[in-house]
Design a protein around this ligand. Structure first.
Ligand code: PLP
Length: 282
């Protein structure tokens, strides 16, 4: 596999950054994950827009233009013959002697690599996934896609130990989001609900595209916070993310959602999103 590190394409196992890199020492960095389908990037513009916003929020200058970053992403897809999977991108404040405040005159570190993944034809999409609810112990700026993911590492590990594929994080009795996904439910009155964007969650690119696609088809998605109890009583639940598109949720803390099988709304929206991904990827 070939990776990109600060201007160079190198074999992944030879790719190196400094132990003084602030991404390593302070998690002082931002990342993005874009899906690749049929060898092309899915909804990448939305990811680049969010990247620009995230780095702006922490006053981190990008070492390359967004146009150049997309060129590098595409070159990596080509060099790795990637048909389906993800492109991972990370930019940090660079390497400097360890001190909290921003160093002066340091070039940011830009690292990009690819991963193979079956997104369309996956058991999780077919059979649905199990989720575990946990307290959301993250910081107060979850709208920034920061590489500081320890809370999600712990949450997703606890979920995995409970035989679940995703963690749902809970604050004040309300679900914020998944460890690496946006949460949706379909209520007893057939209303599709997802939490509104705020500092409490990451504004999902898949979420945004899905809301627009649903709207075009006169399918309403209501944006409001909802409780764990409401999710447990829901007809259906599902998650979205760039790396999974949409996956139905069939159990919450061991209790079945609806009849415990992927529901019709989740299936239909997944098809709609896959069609969007295939027809707009580039
Ligand atoms: N929320 C969190 C915390 C995430 O880490 C992710 C993606 O990794 C998402 C939501 C979904 O965002 P997107 O649809 O842009 O992948």
């Amino acid at each position: 596999r070939i990776a990109y590190v600060n201007g160079e394409f190198v074999p992944l196992d030879e790719a190196r950054i400094s132990i003084l890199d602030r991404g390593f020492l302070f998690a002082d960095g931002i990342y993005e994950v874009s899906a690749v389908l049929d060898g092309k990037l899915v909804d990448n513009e939305a990811h680049l827009v969010r990247l620009a916003r995230s780095v702006g929020e922490i006053a981190l200058p990008l070492p390359e233009t967004l146009e150049r970053i997309e060129e590098i992403q595409k070159e990596l897809i080509a060099r790795n013959d990637l048909v389906e999977g993800v492109v991972y991108l990370q930019v940090t404040r660079g390497a400097a002697d360890r001190d909290f405040a921003f160093p002066k005159g340091v070039k940011p570190t830009l690292v990009i690599f690819t991963q193979v993944k079956n997104i369309v034809d996956s058991p999780a999409a077919r059979n649905g996934i199990a989720v575990k609810t946990l307290p959301d112990i993250r910081w107060a700026r979850r709208d920034i896609k920061s590489v500081a993911l320890l809370a999600q590492v712990l949450a997703k590990q606890a979920a995995a130990e409970a035989g679940c594929q995703e963690a749902w994080m809970v604050e004040d009795g309300l679900i914020t989001e998944g460890g690496s996904s946006t949460v949706f439910i379909v209520t007893r009155n057939d209303v599709i609900v997802t939490r509104p964007n705020s500092n409490a969650i990451l504004p999902g690119c898949t979420r945004k595209a899905l809301i627009a696609l649903a709207e075009e088809r006169q399918i309403r998605i209501e944006e409001r916070a909802f409780s764990v109890e409401e999710a447990r009583a829901a007809k259906e639940a599902f998650i979205t993310s760039a790396s999974s598109f949409l996956q139905p949720v069939v159990t919450i803390d061991g209790a079945p959602v609806g009849d415990g099988k992927p529901g019709p709304v989740a299936k239909r929206l997944r098809e709609i999103y896959i069609d969007f991904a295939r027809t707009t990827s580039q």
